[in-house]
Ligand binder design. Structure first.
Ligand code: ADP
Length: 468
C-alpha cells in the first residue's frame, strides 16, 4: 500500500512538473509575442523622429505627437534647443558636447520613464527628438549575432545552460520532497487505519484509531471507531447469548435429570418386584407421579418461554379497562390467599384506565407473581397490590412483606433458571422459569418489570405498561 501511493504521488508531481515547465515556456513565448503585438500598436512607434523628419524643422508637423501627450525638440549643431513643442524632458536650452552624448546614451536605456526617438538630419545638421512618456514596458529579448562568431559566446551559453539545469534540478528536488510530504500526510493515517483494521480482523475488538485529524480522515476515524464499537458490542452479545444457550441446556438437563432418574428408578423397581405390597407400590407410584408432574411442568414452562422468545410470537392485544381487569384477576385468587393465611390490601382506582393487553398472557403474569408470593412466603404475609396512572404509563405494584431476596440475586432473577436457592425450590417444585416468562410477556406488551427487594424485607414487583 505504502509504495503504491508514494509512487502514484511521485508520478503525479513529475507530470505536474512537466506540465508547468511547458506552460512556463509557452507563457514566455506568448509574452514575447504579446510584446511584439503591443509594440506595433504603441503611439511612439507610429510617430517616430524619422517619420516626422523635414529638412526645414519649422515644417515638422508635431500635432499628432502633441495630441498623444508627447513632445518634439530640435537641437542644432551647437547643441542648442532651437525648437520645442509639447512634453520637454530636456529642461535646458543648451548642452555641452559631453552632456548631449550623455543624453543620447541615457535615451536608449530601458528603465527610464520616457521613450525617445532621435534622428539626425545630416543635411541640415540638426537632431530631431520625439519624446513620449512610457506607459508600461516589458522587455523579453534574447539578442545574438548570427553572422559573427563571438569569442565569449560558448561561455555565455554555458552559464545559461547551467542556470536552466540548476533551475530544473531544484524544481525536481522540490517536486520529490513535496510529493513525499503530501504522500506522508495520506499514508500515515492510512497506515494507522490499516493496522487497527488488521487487529480487528484478527479478533481484537477493542482496537480503535486515534488520528486527531479534522479532515476526511477524521470522519473516517469516527466511522471506523463507531463500527468497531458496534462489532465489539455485537460480538459480546453473541458470546453472551452463546453462554446463555449453553447454560440453559445445562440447566435443563440438570433439572430434568433428577425427576427422570427417580421415575426410572422407581418404575424399574416396581416392574422387577411384582410381589411388592400394594401399600409400598402405591407409595412409589406417588413418587413417580410427582416427579413426572415436575418434569412435565419444566417442559411446559420451557415450551412457553421458547414460544415467547420466538420472533414469530405475537401477543393478541385488545383494549381493556386495566382496573377492572386487575380486580377480576385478584378476585379469582382471593380464595388461595385466604386458605394460605395471607393478608391483602388493594388500591385500585375506581375510574376506567385503558391499556392494550393480551388477557391470556397477562393472566399468566399475575398468576406467576401471586403463586410465587404464596409459595415462598410464610403464613401471615401481607400482600399489597396497587395501580396508579402516571403521565405516560400505568404502574402496577405487587408488594409483600415476606422473606424477600438478597438484592444481588434479585438483579438476575428474571433470567431463566435463576433461583434463590435450590433447597427452597426442591420443596416448592419451582422451575426457575416463572419470572423469565413474566418478563418476556411484559416486554411483549412494550412494558417493563423490576424488583425492589432485600432479604427479609419482602419483594416489590413494579410493572409498567403503556397507556392508551
Ligand atoms: P420458580 O418457578 O422457581 O418459582 P421464578 O422465576 O418464578 O421461578 O422465581 C425465581 C425465584 O425467585 C424463586 O425460586 C424464588 O426463590 C424467588 N421468588 C420469587 N418471588 C418471590 C417472592 N414473592 N418472595 C420471595 N422469593 C420469591
Amino acid at each position: 500500500m505504502n509504495t503504491k501511493i508514494e509512487s502514484r504521488f511521485l508520478a503525479n508531481y513529475i507530470l505536474m512538473f512537466i506540465i508547468s515547465t511547458t506552460i512556463a515556456i509557452f507563457a514566455f513565448m506568448l509574452l514575447s509575442f504579446a510584446g511584439d503585438v503591443t509594440s506595433k500598436n504603441l503611439v511612439k512607434n507610429h510617430h517616430t523622429a524619422r517619420s516626422l523628419m523635414q529638412d526645414d524643422y519649422r515644417l515638422i508637423d508635431a500635432s499628432n505627437v502633441l495630441e498623444n501627450g508627447g513632445g518634439v525638440q530640435v537641437i542644432n549643431a551647437e547643441y542648442e534647443v532651437v525648437y520645442s513643442a509639447g512634453l520637454n524632458t530636456i529642461a535646458k536650452n543648451r548642452f555641452t558636447t559631453a552632456e548631449f552624448t550623455d543624453f543620447l546614451i541615457k535615451s536608449k536605456s530601458i528603465g527610464i520613464e520616457y521613450s525617445y526617438s532621435i534622428e539626425y538630419n545630416s543635411k541640415e545638421q540638426f537632431w530631431l527628438i520625439v519624446t513620449f512618456p512610457t506607459s508600461i514596458r516589458i522587455d523579453f529579448d534574447v539578442a545574438y549575432n548570427k553572422e559573427y562568431q563571438s569569442v565569449d559566446k560558448q561561455g555565455v551559453v554555458n552559464v545559461i545552460v547551467s542556470v536552466v539545469l540548476f533551475y530544473l534540478i531544484l524544481l525536481a528536488i522540490s517536486t520529490i520532497i513535496y510529493s513525499k510530504l503530501t504522500s506522508i500526510s495520506i499514508i500515515n493515517p492510512l497506515k494507522k487505519l490499516y493496522r487497527s483494521a488488521q487487529k480487528l480482523k484478527e479478533g481484537d475488538y477493542t482496537s480503535r484509531v486515534n488520528l486527531n485529524l479534522k479532515n476526511e480522515f477524521g470522519e473516517l476515524e469516527n466511522i471506523f471507531n463507531e463500527m468497531a464499537t458496534q462489532i465489539e458490542t455485537e460480538i459480546a452479545l453473541k458470546n453472551q447469548s452463546e453462554d446463555n444457550r449453553k447454560k440453559l441446556i445445562l440447566d435443563i438437563s440438570h433439572d430434568l435429570k433428577n425427576p427422570l432418574a427417580s421415575i426410572m428408578g422407581y418404575a424399574e423397581y416396581c416392574h422387577t418386584r411384582p410381589d411388592l405390597p400394594q401399600e409400598e407400590q402405591n407409595k412409589y407410584m406417588e413418587v413417580i407421579y410427582e416427579n413426572s408432574v415436575r418434569a412435565n411442568k419444566l417442559i411446559v414452562d420451557l415450551f412457553e418461554l421458547s414460544k415467547l422468545e420466538s420472533s414469530e410470537y405475537k401477543v393478541n392485544k385488545m383494549k381493556v379497562d386495566i382496573c377492572e381487569y386487575l380486580r377480576e384477576t385478584i378476585g379469582s385468587y382471593l380464595n388461595i390467599l385466604d386458605s394460605n393465611g395471607f393478608f391483602y390490601e388493594f388500591n385500585i382506582p375506581e375510574q376506567e384506565i385503558f391499556a392494550r393487553i393480551d388477557r391470556g398472557q397477562m393472566d399468566r403474569v399475575f398468576q406467576n407473581l401471586l403463586s410465587n408470593t404464596v409459595k415462598y412466603n410464610p403464613k401471615g404475609t401481607t400482600i399489597r397490590i396497587s395501580l396508579s396512572e402516571r403521565e405516560e404509563h400505568i404502574e402496577i405494584v405487587l408488594q409483600d412483606d415476606g422473606i424477600g431476596i438478597a438484592s444481588e440475586a434479585a438483579e438476575k432473577i428474571f433470567q431463566p433458571f435463576e433461583r434463590v436457592d435450590s433447597t427452597r425450590n426442591s420443596q416448592t417444585g419451582g422451575t426457575g422459569l416463572g419470572l423469565a416468562i413474566v418478563d418476556k410477556i411484559i416486554k411483549a406488551h412494550h412494558g417493563s418489570i423490576r424488583l425492589i427487594t432485600e432479604e427479609n424485607a419482602g419483594c416489590e414487583f413494579i410493572i409498567t405498561l403503556p397507556k392508551i
